[in-house]
Design a protein around this ligand. Structure first.
Ligand code: ZN
Length: 475
């Protein structure tokens, strides 16, 4: 028994030992406390206070509908390029990178009415990529209302053929429920449906349809795919269960045009000792053709821009380069980020760390991190411990993606972090007319800038490169 206990202790000791942080590294990060305090003071009480909100409002009010393929998106990219290259810019080198062969889809006129058994107008938004109703004219048909793919598949083709399928699938989580947006039309078309009206992907609604990208499966018949509101989806289901015949008129004349070229915008704040080593601080510049994309994702992008301005305003310059990247065509399937990754994947050694904020810029809580779980995890936790003044000390680790556009990098083993905020209301506004500056708060934005500035500066300034996971492990 005694032997067994000592063996157990030996095992525990070895295990604990393997998780221990390098004391010298911990001390190195603790030495950044005065710098972290300086950054926080500058943003909360200095000249940079409120700057992020001000610049974000100016940007989104000037360039509202930055959908891929629009002139507004390209103008907004050029506007920020000019800002980055202007006399007052703090960046050393800024360039646009062409991203070819991107989808160009435009929304046309759209409207929908419940015609039978009662008359009611319905708020709708066609999903990006959807085809129009035939000739862009109203399509009038009887509707079948289901709550799941399983229920749909339990129906006979004769019950669905020639009809409109309405989905009232409810909201579980974004990642699960979004499958109805992606695949709802194709699944309905398999049974001969002529259009799919899909409950918006969101946990809350004030009659608000949510758009977003959809796809047709290879070889499937294409039918229109259109978002309806949670309220209308539930109302239609209630009527359907009474057995009454439902007739809907829906019109959409959206169009898919020839593929276009857009641009990622890249701006470097050069490092002093290892300028070729890069810490990426990013967000996406495109949005949908509704609202202003203030939280998705102009806010996420803007905190990165302002973070570097603040670092510069304090006379700070890290050893490695901080690279702002404003991704294009995120909403079309992370296409700007995918293109950039493909151009860089043979030089991943120079990417020390990647960061993105794309879950809103509400009250920052801390960081979600993926990467090395020994010294890497220690570094992130120690950095967060310097952020008590802005209450952003929370840490969570994931083996999966920490943020949309940087997923290709983190999947390839580059450590990364996403902004963790109180995103409880993010999906209330996501891809709706409600994603306006009204959802943004100047104080929350300032704290997000402070978190971003402290984290990116320290990671870019460490004596040694941020540790990369040796083969990817989860222990
Ligand atoms: Zn986004």
């Amino acid at each position: 028994m005694k032997i067994q206990i000592s063996l157990l202790f030996a095992i525990l000791f070895v295990h604990t030992k393997s998780q221990e942080c390098d004391p010298a590294l911990i001390q190195e990060i603790r030495n950044y406390r005065p710098v972290a305090e300086l950054i926080i003071e500058e943003i909360l009480h200095g000249a940079s206070k409120g700057l992020c909100y001000e610049k974000l409002a100016e940007f989104v009010d000037s360039y509202q509908l930055r959908i891929t393929g629009s002139q507004v998106l390209e103008d907004s990219i050029d506007y920020l390029l000019e800002q980055y290259q202007g006399e007052r810019s703090v960046m050393d080198n800024t360039w646009k990178e062409s991203v070819p062969n991107l989808p160009h889809w435009t929304r046309g006129e759209e409207e929908a009415f419940l015609i039978e058994p009662v008359h009611k107008s319905m708020s709708i938004l066609a999903f990006g990529g959807s085809i129009a109703t035939p000739l862009g004219e109203p399509l009038v048909a009887e509707a079948v209302v289901v709550t799941s793919f399983d229920e749909l598949r339990s129906l006979d083709a004769s019950q669905v053929s020639g009809k409109i399928v309405v989905y009232n699938q409810g909201y579980v989580s974004y990642s699960q429920s979004v499958n109805y947006r992606y695949k709802g039309a194709s699944e309905a078309a398999k049974l001969g449906a002529i259009a799919a009206l899909i409950e918006s992907i969101g946990p809350f609604s004030i009659n608000s349809p949510h758009t977003g990208v959809m796809t047709y499966a290879e070889g499937d018949t294409k039918i229109p795919a259109i978002a309806i509101t949670q309220e209308d989806a539930e109302m239609l289901r209630r009527i359907y269960l009474t057995g009454e015949r439902i007739v809907i008129s829906v019109k959409s004349n959206s169009q898919t045009h020839q593929p276009i070229t857009s641009h990622n915008l890249i701006a470097d704040y050069n490092g002093t000792r290892y300028p070729d080593k890069v810490v990426v601080v990013s967000g996406h510049i495109d949005n949908w053709d509704v609202g202003q994309g203030a939280m998705d994702d102009a806010g996420g992008m803007m905190i990165g821009l302002i973070a570097v301005e603040v670092i510069n305003s304090l006379g700070l310059r890290p050893k490695r380069t901080i690279r702002n990247i404003l991704w294009t065509a995120e909403e079309q399937g992370l296409l700007g980020a995918e293109h950039y990754f493909n151009t860089q994947k043979n030089e991943l050694d120079k990417f020390v760390f990647v960061m993105e904020s794309d879950s809103g810029t509400f009250d920052p809580q801390g960081l979600t991190y993926t990467g090395d779980r020994r010294n890497g995890e220690c570094i992130i936790k120690e950095i967060l411990s310097l952020l008590g003044a802005i209450n952003a000390t929370r840490y969570q680790w994931t083996s999966g993606s920490v943020s949309t556009d940087i997923t290709h990098f983190t999947d390839a083993g580059v450590p990364g972090a996403g902004l963790w905020d109180t995103d409880g209301q993010y999906f209330y506004f996501h891809h709706t007319e409600g994603d306006m500056m009204t959802v943004e708060d100047p104080n929350a934005l300032d704290r997000a800038v402070a978190l971003w500035a402290v984290a990116s500066y320290i990671i870019a300034d460490l004596t040694d490169d941020f540790p990369k996971p040796s083969p990817r492990t989860t222990n």
